[in-house]
Design a protein. Sequence first.
Length: 365
Amino acid sequence: MRSGVYPAQWLRKAIDEGYVRSRFVLPDPSESQLQPASLDLRLGERAYRLRCSFLPGEESVEAKLDRYAMGTALDLRDGAILERNVPYLIPLEESLALPDEVRAKANPKSSIGRLDVFTRVITDRGVRFDEIRRGYAGKLYLEVFSRTFTIRVFSGQALNQLRLIEGHSRLSDDEIRERHVVASGGSADVDGGLFLSLDLRGDERGLVGYRARRNSELLDLSQRGLDPDLFWEPVHPEKGAPRLVLEPEEFYLLISREAVAIPPDLAAEMNAYDPTSGELRTHYAGFFDPGFGVGNEHGARAVLEVRAHDVPFVVEDGQRICTLGFERMRDEPEILYGGAIGSNYQAQTTFLSKYFSPVAGAGAR
């Protein structure tokens, strides 16, 4: 049996065979839901305000929901406002009936991670967020926690995506070195994954990233072309030195020095930052599809969602900040990440999410 991450054509087959079920996508999935190595998961019609986050453990999610839900459920069909710093639980339209050899993993979509919206999939009797055990059969639920912005969401929107995986798919460090996935920049060091480091040299305007504004106006996820100045402020390094002091609990969008090109037979994922290296969270969204950065002479850089905890924390140009792990595809996907399928970040010309108008003269070099 071949091991690896399911490509788009295998995801279609999985839907046809009932591994993934949804009243909207069966029997023929919407092409807009299919990514090269993942399937978008869509919000259902109700959202429940919670008094705390939870994992089900030995219980069903609904049993826990009866205990921790607060007030009447919100109706998402015409849109509903999710307050910042409040956890919500939303049943998803998709459910699973996985065979014994197939497991799944979920992750926020890039556009959602860049909004400082923390999302995690949970399952009945699950003991981990986003990790779905082999052979799982049941509903999927999404915990949504917006740290900075008050947001409006609608049923049918996709905040997360799901990968199906068979067997052992992870590449070893030696295999990563052999693949030469770094197109430009950085040192291409590998230890438990490919290290990514910060680029704090600044572009032609001295810009190194953005910091989210607190107490901004409502961020409606059904809109595009929002004015970035209403939600973000530009960030520059300290005068005379390529370093930046991160303010505690502020949300930053920064960029990697390394530009990568993910070949068609591989997928990638950012690994959690080692907490022993500093009080810092380095990302919320971490899937890299096959084809990311391919076709660009210098590849594409990773935009990093960064938050310092408790104390001010200094980061410097070239400082290692996270690792990129790689997984084999079960087959090469019939579609690749890029302009042909309307991918938003192939050239990585902006730090900001797709919901905002481009900033003139700013972006990754």
